[in-house]
Design a protein around this ligand. Sequence first.
Ligand code: DGL
Length: 271
Amino acid sequence: MRIGIFDSGLGGLIIAKAIRKAMPEYDYVYLGDTKRVPYGNRSHNAVFEFTKEAVDFLFKKENCAIVIVACNTASARALRRVQTEYLVYYNKTRRLMGDHERKILGVLIPAAEEAARFRRVGILGTSGTVSSGTFLKEIKKLNRKAKIFQNSAPMLVPLAEEGERSMAVPFLKKYLRPILNKNIEALVLGCTHYPFFKKEIGKILGKKIKVISQDEIVPIKLKDYFSSHPEIEKKLSKKGTAKILVTDITKNVQVLSKKWFGKQKPELVNI
Ligand code: DGL
């Protein structure tokens, strides 16, 4: 069985690349909902429906044992509901059919755990992630004294999807200014598209502020998860393959798949 990785668009590909680098032996399938990106300004219900459809597709059509929702917006606004309203029922019916149980993990809590080590933390995320308050809640659970300063950055996802890095700089400066005024020690890149701009963000922040980027955290956490859940790990096949699926083939999908996954051409799917 495979490891599925899902995002609204291309952001999760950065996470997929990092996970695969850390654990190249497994078989992966990436699903990017490039036709419906961005999710960041959608309602709770829309994000829930899209996430449920994507996970269902990865379980049923791609035989995934586990799906990583590599999207903060979906992790913040839909994950709990997908786990309680969809996965519980799905696993119950699978059990009756004598099939394996499946798992769904998000990317927000691993970043929140890292952020909770600091006293003053900035969060940059989509409007959906910021307004959900999920980062705030999760960090506060671990560090009551943490002071958290959030800002939404709506233009960054479309720019990342277009592969526009230099054009993002004025937007980055604008979105980061109110957070930087708060004397933060660390900044969470609270959207999987934002590591595209890691260099540009690093230049604006300077050396003193720690950048918390999920591509550096999620692979470590997933490895730990497999060590403590051998019942899941042993279901995973190990041929070292990777498949890229998207709901719309855009130019940047082709460029990045080629750059990061070699021969693997993106395939078009309907979910
Ligand atoms: N990569 C998604 C995230 O982490 C982008 C959300 C969007 O589609 O707006 O939130």
